[in-house]
Structures are given as structure tokens and as C-alpha cells.
Write a protein that binds this ligand. Structure first.
Ligand SMILES: *Cc1c(COP(=O)(O)O)cnc(C)c1O
Length: 483
């Protein structure tokens, strides 16, 4: 192809790499577009209303043969999203920990995208790498981990948990990196409660030790791991020739927000010599608050923790953290040498100590949010969410509903009074109304209605509206059946 670099102002790739003037014009239009879009979202239904047939027809017309103006397409995409997703930015979204993102996190996303630094190596992006490491150390300290704690930002809790498993396997046998599961004289196993997140099953699969290696320990009737069962299962497995490598405690189960007995689990892990991981993907937000932090006592004894910034810390999606007091294990687990990378600074270059290679500067979101609000802003954010859930609990239990979980965090699992519509029908009614988003969850084998405060601007009025809607649904939902 012929190169056109004649300064004439037209270039075949202008649509991809427009001029500065063009960019800033498009930027301000986009800002307005998003503003009005999100305003409509806040005033409209939480749940999708889109006609998917119409949408698919329009989508199919994008055959990418004829270029179209960016502004027009961006407008089209926003309109489809307005009607075509569950709105986690809606104050009446009471869902699965997905937050309305903090404004500093949104700003950080813009900055990271604009510079697009490569975080594989320190050499190429020293400032970005050190900002992330600074945040990881600060979060580690706030979680009570010792001063050597280090780690990395991840795409989320799933990757952080996977990292924990690889670290535990590597700590148990340094030969694991080379020989995989063959490094062990028997099948390696690790221990999670039956209420733990299923990312652990995937992690077991990914690591090559197989899903059966994730041993489910029965809970105590309140949704917390039963420590006697834990000890018995580890001993039994050992007697059968298995090789336990890790105990995982969950600090804030996904369904019911229950916190495993973290101190007792730490003691079991240390007595039997296993890696101790605390999965606080969501509940970890509680470290920000002096009032809530004591709930996580025992987390300070962990070899590693998972905390998602994209849950209670309200950053944009794709921002988890893995933090460990034994970072040298990561260097063993992820050691790599190549000729084409600009450096191989073990312990300093993220690609030599983490799962990913090319990596986005995601940690900036938490850095900017923490720097702009301080821990105090997150303390207020988390305490407020807990208070709102207590209010919902009161509103519903005073009319005969029964709380099923006793979580001190911001999630309520509840059942309607006898004779009400079944829980699935209530949830369907709520979602169909578009007036809120809640879900059906199962805790200890029991179906419950689950509501969690995730939005920083959800208020008492939203809670009272949700309570009224749930009561209405429990009476009016179709296919009501006696329970
Ligand atoms: C959400 C969650 C995960 C999974 O994290 P992702 O960020 O969705 O990958 C793991 N464990 C717990 C306890 C969670 O709440």
C-alpha cells in the first residue's frame, strides 16, 4: 500500500486515529451522551426492556464493510445498553456485589486508557507498577497483613483465587511449576466450605489438579464452615493418601455474606501446616471501617487474601487483588525468562510474579478512589450499606418475613411469610416490574430471596420502596402456591 503522509489532513486511518481537534470534539459529545443516557437509566427500569429481535436485526447490519460515523454508532450503542442490560448503576439494583463505579475509578479508567501503559514490566512502566504496588501494600496493611505483604491486581476474584491455589501448590512442592500435579506423591487437595465461591472448582481445573481436589466442607447450620468437619476431612484425606495443601476461609460468602471463623481456620491451617487463604472478594471492603474491620479478625494470619476492588470498593469491573505475605512463592510459581522482554526483574516485573502478561493499569482505579476519598469515604460507604440492609430487615420482619442469614455485612437473605407466593415467583414479579433487582439464592440448600446494597447512592427511600414492592409481590405474584 502507498503511504500517505503528505500533511494533507486526510489519512486512511483517520477514523481510528483522529486528530486532536476531532478527538476533543468527539470527547465532549460522548460525555454529554453518557450523562443523559445514565440519567435516563436512573429514572427508568432496572431490568432490560429491549426487543431482542429488533436489536439483532440492527446488529446484523454491521457487516463492517462501510465505515459509519463514530458519533452515530456510539449513540446507537448507548441506546441499546440503556434498554439492554440490568443496570448496576441504578440505585435500586440490589444485586450480586456489582457496584455503581466510583467517579475517581471512572476517571482512572480514562487515564489508563489514554496512556495505555504496559504493566508487564517495571522497566517500561515504572510509575504505573509502583502506584499499583503502593496500593497493594496499603490494602495489605489495612487488612492487618504484615509489612512484607505484596501481590498484584488481577482481573477479579477468580484470578486472585487461582493465583492463591498456584501459590499454595508451589509452596507445598517447589517442583509443581515444572512437573504440575506429577510433583506430588498423591492427589493434592484443598478445603473450602460448601458455601464458598465456585471459582475454586474452576481454579482446581485450571491448575491441573482437577475439580475433585476442591474438597467441600459442610457448614455449621448458619452458613459458616464447620471447623470440626474441616479438621476431620483433612485428617481423613491424609489417611487416604491425599496431599492437602491449603485451607480457604470465606469472609463474606457470595450467597449469604457469612464470615467463616477466620481465627479457628487459621489455627487449623497452621497446626496441619497448610497454606491459609482468606477469600474476602466482597467482604474485604469491611477493612475500610473501624466498626466493621473487627469482623475480619483472623484475616491478619492469612498467607494470602483475595479482595475485589470491583465489588465493595466500587471500582469499574475487572479489578481484583491478590495479596500475600509470602511473595517469594509467586516468584517461584511464575518465574519466566525470555529474550524479547525488556527485563526480567524477578519480584519487580509483574509478568514474572503473576498470571497475566500484558496488563492494563487497573490499580489506578483504587489509587484514585482512595486518594480522593481516603479510607474514611469507604468506611462511610460500607457502614451505610450495612445500615440500609438493617433497615430492609426491619421493614420486612415487622410484617412477618423471616431473615435466614445473620450476616453482619450488607446482604439480607429472607423468606416471605407462609402462604405467600413462592420466592421464584416473587423475584420474577420484581424483575418484570423493573422497579428493582433482587435475586433468588440458595444457602445451606434453602432457597431464599437475596438483596444486597451495592450502590453508593441507594438511600432509605429506595429501601422502603423495595420493601413495599416485595410485600406487594409476595401477595400478587402469579403461580402462588401454598408452601
Ligand atoms: C465474587 C466472588 C468471587 C469471584 O470474583 P470475580 O471478581 O467475580 O472473579 C470469589 N469469591 C467470592 C467470595 C466472591 O464474592
Amino acid at each position: 500500500m502507498k503511504l500517505q503522509d503528505d500533511g494533507s489532513g486526510t489519512h486512511v486511518a483517520d477514523s481510528l486515529f483522529p486528530s486532536r481537534e476531532e478527538r476533543s470534539r468527539a470527547d465532549s459529545l460522548l460525555a454529554e451522551l453518557l450523562d443523559s443516557s445514565l440519567e435516563r437509566v436512573g429514572a427508568g427500569p432496572v431490568t432490560p426492556t429491549i426487543d431482542m429481535d429488533r436489536f439483532r436485526d440492527e446488529l446484523a447490519r454491521f457487516d463492517f464493510a462501510v465505515p459509519r460515523p463514530l458519533q452515530e454508532i456510539a449513540g446507537w450503542v448507548c441506546r441499546q445498553l440503556e434498554d439492554g442490560v440490568v443496570h448496576i448503576t441504578h440505585p435500586r439494583y440490589f444485586g450480586l456485589f456489582n457496584p455503581a463505579p466510583s467517579f475517581p475509578a471512572l476517571c482512572a479508567d480514562r487515564i489508563a486508557a489514554a496512556f495505555n501503559p504496559q504493566l508487564a514490566t517495571w522497566t517500561t512502566s515504572p510509575v504505573a507498577v509502583e502506584i499499583e504496588q503502593h496500593v497493594i501494600r496499603a490494602v495489605g496493611r489495612q487488612a492487618g497483613l504484615d509489612g512484607n505483604a505484596a501481590g498484584c491486581f488481577t482481573t477479579g476474584g477468580a484470578e486472585a483465587n487461582y493465583t492463591a491455589l498456584l501459590a499454595a501448590l508451589t509452596a507445598a512442592s517447589p517442583d509443581f511449576a515444572r512437573a504440575g500435579a506429577r510433583a506430588f506423591a498423591g492427589p493434592p487437595t484443598f478445603y473450602i466450605s460448601s458455601e464458598a465461591h465456585l471459582t475454586w472448582k474452576k481454579a482446581a481445573h485450571q491448575s491441573g489438579i482437577g475439580r475433585d481436589a476442591a474438597r467441600l466442607v459442610a457448614t455449621d447450620g448458619t452458613g459458616r464452615i464447620d471447623v470440626r468437619n474441616l479438621t476431620d476431612q483433612i485428617e481423613g484425606d491424609r489417611a487416604r493418601g491425599m496431599l492437602p495443601v491449603m485451607v480457604v476461609a470465606t469472609a463474606g460468602t457470595t450467597g449469604a455474606g457469612m464470615i467463616d471463623p477466620l481465627i479457628a481456620c487459621a489455627e487449623v491451617a497452621s497446626r496441619v501446616g497448610l497454606w491459609y487463604h482468606v477469600d474476602a472478594a466482597w467482604g474485604g471492603g469491611a477493612i475500610a471501617s473501624d466498626r466493621l474491620r473487627p469482623l475480619l479478625a483472623g484475616m491478619d494470619r492469612a498467607d494470602s487474601v483475595t479482595i475485589d476492588a470491583h465489588k465493595w470498593f466500587a471500582t469499574t469491573m475487572g479489578c481484583g487483588m491478590f495479596i500475600t505475605t509470602r511473595p517469594q512463592v509467586l516468584a517461584t510459581a511464575f518465574a519466566t525468562t525470555t529474550s524479547y522482554m525488556p527485563s526480567q526483574l524477578t519480584g519487580r516485573d509483574p509478568y514474572t510474579a503473576s498470571v497475566q502478561w500484558s496488563r492494563r493499569f487497573v490499580g489506578l482505579r483504587l489509587f484514585l478512589s482512595l486518594a480522593a476519598g481516603g479510607w474514611a469515604a469507604y468506611a462511610a460507604h460500607t457502614e451505610r450499606a450495612v445500615a440500609l440492609i438493617e433497615r430492609l430487615n426491619t421493614r420486612l420482619t415487622e410484617v412477618g418475613w423471616a431473615a435466614i442469614n445473620s450476616s453482619p455485612l450488607a446482604v439480607l437473605c429472607i423468606e416471605p411469610p407462609a402462604g405467600s407466593a413462592p420466592i421464584e415467583a416473587i423475584v420474577r414479579y420484581v424483575l418484570k416490574s423493573g422497579r428493582a433487582w433482587v435475586s433468588v439464592a440458595e444457602t445451606e440448600g434453602r432457597k431464599v430471596l437475596r438483596a444486597c446494597v451495592t450502590h453508593g447512592r441507594t438511600g432509605p427511600t429506595d429501601i422502603d420502596a423495595l420493601a413495599a414492592l416485595l410485600i406487594e409481590a409476595s401477595r400478587l405474584a402469579q403461580d402462588a402456591a401454598p408452601r
